[in-house]
Design a protein around this ligand. Structure first.
Ligand code: MRU
Length: 347
């Protein structure tokens, strides 16, 4: 699988996803500010990749730290975590990774700065490695839901470009393909930033999965006229009751799936759960700039001065979700109880 994000020892190397599918360009972020900008502008994106980027952002921020006073160093790490946390609000993976990094220094005030620096780098590497392993586990659990000759649907990009390995929702498809199953996929283009068209279509095509691109507003017609057997999506934050925030359009897809009786599965690791919140009402939804909606590349597609609403994510109520595929297995309804049971065992 392609290396979406990687620590080189002195920089965080990412694929500049804003250039795909036209150019495959790698970008070396040597400063935390560069990485912050890359997160903000979606050069690196997708919830698990954002968690990894956040952890390495801390490593970048402390690399040139010269002082030897541990208390001052701890303050610096906390400042860095706050700064990185201000980049994008919805994917909880980013905040979970930062909490892990912050916790390390807060709970080790007796260690030297040199040791803490090494420990932070090792922790970021562990977050990266863990994501690789959990992608594979989710893929194995989910692959059984796909049968040969099935038609699958997905939205946004929850694949290799969103993780350290082969993805969450797309990981399930890669695992099914590896098991010899032949199926086809409809990828929604995912307005306004076209992650489905630019990234998922590119990624699945490159990996020889039979993929057909459709505009978001074609999903209902495809479900009714072509027959869709199952839908898989990723997630940016899952509340304790199973309500799930994912790319804008996911809720619409779940509503359509219910009407057409298509099973709707969310694929996400433990790091995407936010057990501090009861329901989706508490999930912060990122709103992005009006230009993403009023233009296509450099071309204006809406009148000057038009009012725009551009939420980047929406919340799918848990009632519309058939199951949540995690690295521990498929979480079934009732979600509140099963999420608690499955995740509580794993702390
Ligand atoms: O705005 P993006 O591109 O970061 O949104 C990404 C998504 O909504 C993905 O579906 C989600 O992060 C899961 S990625 C495995």
């Amino acid at each position: 699988m392609i290396d979406t994000i990687k620590w080189t020892g002195h920089s965080v190397r990412i694929i500049d996803q804003t250039q795909l599918p036209n150019k495959l360009i790698y970008l070396d972020c040597r400063k935390v500010e560069t990485l912050w900008g890359a997160i903000k502008t979606l050069k690196v994106r997708g919830a698990p990749a954002l968690g990894i980027a956040a952890a390495y952002g801390v490593v970048l921020g402390i690399r040139d730290y010269q002082g030897t006073d541990t208390a001052a160093f701890v303050r610096r790490v906390c400042e860095l975590c706050d700064y990185i946390g201000g980049s994008r609000p919805t994917a909880v993976n980013l905040f979970n990774a930062l909490a892990q990094m912050r916790g390390l220094v807060l709970y080790n005030p007796d260690k030297t700065v040199a040791i803490l620096k090494a420990v932070l780098e090792a922790e970021a590497n562990a977050i990266y490695e863990e994501d690789r392993a959990v992608c594979r586990a989710m893929g194995q659990y989910g692959a059984g839901l796909i049968h040969s000759r099935d038609t699958v649907m997905t939205i946004c990009n929850a694949g290799a470009l969103a993780t350290a390995d082969y993805g969450t929702a797309l990981g399930v498809m890669y695992a099914a393909k590896a098991a010899g199953k032949k199926f086809k996929v409809y990828s929604l283009e995912t307005r306004p930033l076209l992650q489905g068209a630019r990234l998922t279509a590119w990624e699945l095509q490159k990996n020889k999965i039979d993929v057909t691109l459709i505009c978001d507003n074609m999903a209902a017609t495809v479900m009714r006229d072509k027959g869709v057997d199952i839908i898989f999506t990723g997630a940016d934050r899952i509340a304790s009751n199973g309500d799930t925030a994912n790319k804008i359009g996911t809720y619409m897809l779940a509503v359509l799936a219910k009407y057409h009786k298509v099973p709707f599965y969310v694929v996400a690791p433990k790091t995407t759960f936010d057990l501090k919140i009861k329901s989706g009402k508490d999930i912060p939804i990122e709103e992005r700039s009006a230009e993403e909606v009023t233009s296509f590349g450099f071309r204006r597609t809406a009148p000057e001065g038009i009012k725009v609403f551009n939420p980047s994510f929406d919340v799918t109520p848990h009632e519309l979700i058939s199951g949540i595929i995690t690295e521990y297995g498929i979480i079934q309804k009732p979600f509140a109880a099963s999420i608690k049971r499955v995740l509580a065992q794993q702390v």
